[in-house]
Design a protein around this ligand. Structure first.
Ligand code: SF4
Length: 281
């Protein structure tokens, strides 16, 4: 059995940066919390908790000390609440997410109807739209884009983890609905590189595994894209979710992982696959 591991599997730049900033800050502050889970990996959140970084759902719940802002950002309202408190801020918002927040603010200030291509209930999306000063529509699919009203000016930005295909399709629908369209492609390269590589591998293997939090939007999207190429695609969080029967008669196994999947979880999965296939016995 051959295992093909994607080069881009695991932490992206923004998540690596945020976790490093959080671990460093944990050594400097006696009391420290993150506003919402730092990344979409329950296993990593547990590790951070062991380092003393608790998770608080709202600013009012943070007992004092320092607060870490997660890589996919928080809302403008939360930032202003933090500014009014005595909390020290460790801002680990990914610079690419920050760019999307800035463009949202700019487009709405310039009078565009802001169309944000993304998943409505994702914290990154809620963060980005909170920076808009005017009307906003969150659009997840071309079907939803068809429902948009005709507008004089439409400005479009994307949740950083969107697929380029979905974004492009929605942008072209927006073009048919306005005379003036301004588009900022805020899709992060890390996402498209990971998606492309995963697609390529999935098309060339007998079984595809996608590792990452079930609550991670980018991992779920990765699994969907892989499934389009290889119906035998499984999304798992940890190695104990692997089932031996998946591997029966399979020669080539592809593996990738979402942007918030720690390296040690990927290693554990690889070891388990080898055990299952009898390679190490
Ligand atoms: S996927 Fe891209 S935008 Fe999101 S945290 Fe990682 S590097 Fe930043």
């Amino acid at each position: 059995m051959e295992i093909i591991l994607a080069k881009s599997a695991g932490f992206c730049f923004g998540v690596k940066r945020a976790t490093q900033m959080a671990f460093d800050a944990a050594h400097e502050h006696e009391q420290i919390a993150s506003l919402g889970p730092l990344i979409h990996s329950p296993q990593m959140v547990e590790k951070l908790e062991q380092e003393g970084i608790s998770v608080c759902r709202q600013v009012a719940d943070i007992p004092g000390g320092a607060v870490v802002i997660r890589s996919h950002g928080v809302t403008a309202q939360e930032i202003s609440e933090i500014e009014q408190s005595d909390l020290e801020v460790v801002d680990a918002t990914c610079p690419f997410v920050k760019k999307a927040q800035d463009y949202a603010e700019q487009l709405s200030r310039e009078g565009y109807l802001l169309v944000l291509v993304g998943e409505e209930d994702h914290p990154e999306v809620q963060g980005i739209v909170s920076y808009a000063k005017g009307a906003v529509r969150i659009v997840g699919s071309p079907e939803q884009a068809q429902q948009l009203p005709r507008e004089k000016k439409i400005g479009v930005v994307a949740q950083t983890t969107q697929s380029l295909e979905n974004f492009t399709e929605i942008v072209s629908i927006c073009l048919a609905k306005t005379k003036e369209l301004k588009v900022f492609n805020t899709i992060c390269d890390a996402t498209s590189v990971r998606q492309e590589e995963a697609r390529r591998i999935a098309a060339d293997v007998d079984l595809m595994l996608v590792i990452g939090g079930f609550n991670s939007a980018n991992t779920s999207r990765l699994a969907t894209l892989c499934r389009e190429q290889q119906p035998d695609t499984y999304h798992i969080e940890t190695s104990d979710q692997l089932e031996a029967e998946w591997f029966a008669g399979k020669e080539r196994i592809g593996v990738t992982a979402g942007a918030s999947t720690p390296r040690w979880i990927i290693e554990e999965v690889l070891e388990s696959i080898q055990k299952i296939s009898g390679l190490t016995e």
